[in-house]
Ligand binder design. Structure first.
Ligand code: HOZ
Length: 433
């Protein structure tokens, strides 16, 4: 077993720590929950990332979702380089932007109009401002363990890095904002109905990931999304799907089409930018027409729709627009799921594996994981030890029990087999540790 990280990573990370809080630009990248120091990455290629010590890892972080085509697909690299030569920002509409908007609206029929932004946080924050304006109400409902970016009102019992670092209710959020966020357990339609019965006239919107992926992967229970559609319609509230992770992840379009539930507003991000900073929100025309300059809801951005990112997004859409791509991803993902299950059985370590298409989470628990409370029962110390075992065997997982593994089109049998071997050895080590 090689010691991770290597000397160059350690030296650079020490420098990072002097210059940036925790040495990172996003807290999910810290290794605080799993121990040790993060790797410093030199480059990525296909299913692999390479650290500055020249070590290669099979990558299941996938930049937390965008890299469905793996690292540095040559077509994307070429198109971004070409676009850069024509200017990196115009402060005006470009043909590229119009084309990406067309592709998105065509693939996600509930998005009749779309507004580009730069991050998932901007998308959800703006969609909720719009929902509040459209309904004239202030409260929103989110689910415990749901993570929709780091806007103030959304950092209430939040998932992702917030649970990982035990900061689900961030400091610095005014109490008055947090009070407008009502909470329900994910997959509990009765709890949502009770909230509406009590405060329905105050609720502007319900926001959720139709397949939760920020408390680990947690699929919706049968009838849950349909129930949300019904209750929001009954009370005149909007249903907002955060498909920042699930958009174009399970098929060419949003998960809502596969799940057969149509939200009023949808937030996209990650994949639609092909690894560059792009996100978007959109929905029914009459709602989106309330966004400035057509309507009174202000939202803006200097680099929104910038040509490099739009070019990367268009090529990504073109490369994904084929059933074969998703069939292949499904085959690899099923194989990986099965391989990990067998590894856990062989090592006699009880786990629960939740998978939706090419995202999955192995929870160290004996109970089914269906919501935040059951996700929190997972043994984080075991995950941390497993994470370290995997890293030392050349497999890069998220440094948190509460994130997904992301499979890309560049992962194949060789990567799955190597991951299975590393998993079995790492799991066996848990009991001997
Ligand atoms: N949704 C991502 C993690 N679950 C965000 C990545 C980040 O916060 O850096």
């Amino acid at each position: 077993m090689s010691e991770t990280p290597g000397p160059r990573s350690r030296e650079l990370f020490e420098r990072a720590r002097q210059l940036m809080p925790g040495g990172v630009s996003s807290p999910v990248r810290a290794f605080k929950a799993v121990g040790g120091d993060p790797l410093v990455i030199a480059y990525g290629s296909g299913p692999h990332i390479f650290d500055v010590d020249g070590r290669r890892y099979i990558d299941y972080v996938g930049a937390y979702g965008p890299l469905i085509l793996g690292h540095a697909p040559p077509r994307i690299a070429d198109v971004v380089a070409g676009a850069a030569k024509r200017g990196t920002a115009y402060g005006a509409t470009s043909e590229l932007e119009i084309e990406l908007a067309r592709l998105i609206c065509e693939a996600v029929p509930s998005m009749e109009l779309v507004r580009f932004v730069n991050s998932g946080t901007e998308a959800t924050m703006s969609a909720l401002r719009l929902a509040r304006a459209a309904t004239g109400r202030d409260a929103i409902v989110k689910f415990e363990g749901g993570y929709h970016g780091h806007a103030d009102g959304l950092l209430v019992r939040a998932g992702s890095g917030a649970i990982t670092l035990s900061l689900p209710d961030s400091a610095g959020v005014p109490k008055a904002y947090a009070a407008e966020t009502l909470l329900a357990p994910y997959n509990d339609i009765a709890a949502v109905k009770a909230l509406f019965e009590a405060e329905g006239e105050r609720i502007a919107a319900v926001i959720l990931e139709p397949i939760a992926a920020n408390m680990g992967v947690v699929p919706p229970a049968p009838g849950f999304l349909e129930g949300l559609r019904e209750v929001t319609t009954q009370y005149g509230a909007l249903l907002v799907f955060d498909e920042v992770i699930t958009g174009f992840r399970l098929h060419y379009g949003a998960a809502q089409t596969l799940l057969n539930v149509t939200p009023d507003l949808t937030c996209l991000g990650k994949i639609i930018g092909g690894g560059l900073p792009v996100a978007a929100y959109g929905g029914r025309r009459e709602i989106m027409e309330q966004v400035a300059p057509l309507g009174p809801v202000y939202q803006a951005g200097t680099l929104s729709g910038n040509p490099l990112a739009m070019a990367a997004g268009i090529v990504t859409m073109e490369m994904l627009n084929s059933e074969v791509v998703y069939q292949r991803l499904e085959i690899t993902s099923v194989y990986l799921e099965d391989t990990l299950r067998r590894a856990a059985e062989a090592a006699e370590v009880p786990v629960r594996l939740n998978r939706a298409g090419s995202i999955m989470t192995m929870f160290f628990t004996t109970e089914d994981v269906t919501d935040y409370a059951t996700a929190l029962k997972a043994d984080r110390d075991r995950y941390a030890a497993y994470f370290r075992g995997m890293l030392s065997r050349g497999v890069f997982l998220a440094p948190s029990q509460f994130e997904a593994m992301f499979v890309s089109t560049t992962h194949g049998d060789d990567e799955v087999i190597a991951t299975g071997e590393a998993a079995e050895a790492s799991l066996r080590d848990l009991d001997s540790a």
